[in-house]
Design a protein around this ligand. Sequence first.
Ligand code: C5P
Length: 239
Amino acid sequence: MNRSQLLYAGKAKSVYRSEVPEELIVSFRDDITAFDGGKKDIIVGKGAFNARISAFFFSYLEEHGIPTHFIRMTDERTMVVRELTMIPLEVIVRNRAAGSIVRRYPFQEGQVFSPPVIVMDYKDDTRHDPMINEDLICALGLLTREEIQTIRKLALTINRHLTDLFSNKGLDLIDFKIEFGRSGDKILLADEISMDSMRLWDRETGASLDKDVYRFDKGDVLSAYAQVVKMMVPEGYGV
Ligand code: C5P
């Protein structure tokens, strides 16, 4: 497959033009970063784990009525996706308090949010992804109020599906970040859903099985990611 034209290289994924119009190729790299790029490493094998679990979740969500950009995997770290116009928002769903929400507001680590809390950040590295609200999103012309409601509903439905899947395996989904894009007037789930973009705690031990292992040097990142993939993705799924 010809993927010579690099369109965009993010912190952990590269996006290439495909020879098929309206399709793009996403390569999940082994780079890992944290703290706004302040900590960086290469964890060989990480990209394949994130690609595999993202593909599995995208397919699962599609089967349950959520439109996504995912088309297929071409190898263990590469997926073909629909080309979208990305909406520069990070939509974060929080089931329990952890990370930045605990640093910025008087919540206790682990405190349950019922109903879940949705936070949106404006995706702009130069501005350090500031938190944004509905009025600002409309003022910037990113979404209409109706589209914000559509995204909130999608985010909560995705949360219900993922929470159930993890819960059945003894894992608690603490929070996760998703991104959306447009194709015409349709809004689709895009980007990735992986251990890089969520917090997952083992219900028995409380151990982190996500990027916090890397952020806070809590142990072996690759084995944590491998464990989640092994628990969640059926044998024989994918390429
Ligand atoms: O850092 P914070 O606590 O706000 O992150 C909330 C969730 O969103 C975490 O699961 C984190 O991994 C994810 N996130 C992300 N990409 C960002 C910011 C947060 O995947 N740029």
